[in-house]
Design a protein around this ligand. Structure first.
Ligand code: G3P
Ligand code: MG
Length: 242
């Protein structure tokens, strides 16, 4: 059967080759032919949305401490590139607004919400996305499915996705029992098989497994017919597809 090619989604940008979740990483992903990017968001003390995987800045910057305890002013001067490679010195933790300024309208951005911040994150994020008015470009995903449920109820225009690493019996049925329109499933790629993927897609959902980096995994996921693949090496996946 002739399957449609999956789209290439750069994980934290092109995290295999640039410091994750930085503007350099996002730019590289698109340069390498990605159709979209995935990024992680956290909330500062003063309610700003910043792009960082961890709750703290310890692993990916020259600073330390919880993002939720810091203001945007404090965060924006930290170096987020040197830890990865000296050549990236000067990269910063981006504000989500800076990513939206970098990525042209019409490009797919998967915003992964890492933490609810007692409900403050969804409020800030939905207000920000409303202001941006790029609903068609954005998929909001999270491992916190209650948060996803609240987001969809609060803003029906939001496209929402479920992240999970469980080997579910019926992926589509799980999504449907949330009672809101789930746009996409984001399963850990070792946990899916072809029937599950096809079942979810037949039910109208996109399937974006994460995070596949090896050619053997690319082959398996392409054969399964997934909608997109989240990868740390968007260039490698693009070359493989082409
Ligand atoms: O969104 C896919 C993937 O990023 C989820 O896991 O830990 O890499 O954010 P993590
Ligand atoms: Mg992520």
């Amino acid at each position: 059967m002739n399957k449609q090619q999956p789209i290439v989604i750069g994980h934290r940008g092109a995290a295999g080759e640039a410091p994750e979740n930085t503007l350099a990483s996002f730019a590289l992903a698109f340069e390498q032919g990605a159709e979209g990017i995935e990024l992680d968001v956290q909330l500062t003390k003063d309610g700003e949305i910043v792009v960082c995987h961890d709750l703290t800045v310890d692993r990916t910057t020259d600073g330390s401490g919880l993002i939720g305890d810091k203001s945007w002013e404090e965060l924006k001067s930290l170096d987020a590139g040197f830890w990865f490679l000296e050549a990236f010195t000067g990269e910063r933790i981006p504000h989500l607004r800076q990513v939206f300024e970098l990525v042209p309208r019409g490009h797919f951005i998967n915003v992964e919400v890492k933490h609810a911040y007692e409900g403050r994150m969804e409020k800030s994020l939905l207000a920000f996305l409303d202001e941006m008015d790029r609903w068609a470009d954005i998929v909001i995903s999270s491992f916190d499915h209650k948060l996803i449920h609240r987001i969809k109820l609060a803003q029906p225009k939001a496209k929402v996705g479920l992240l999970y690493a469980a080997n579910l019996i019926d992926h589509a049925a799980y999504a449907k029992q949330l009672g809101v329109d789930v746009f996409s499933l984001h399963p850990y790629h070792h946990c899916i098989d072809m029937e599950d993927v096809l079942g979810a897609q037949a039910a109208g959902m996109a399937v974006y497994p994460y995070t596949a980096n090896d050619v053997a995994d690319y082959k398996r996921l392409i054969a399964a017919g997934v909608t997109g693949i989240i990868t740390d090496y968007p260039g490698r996946l693009r070359n493989f597809l082409d």
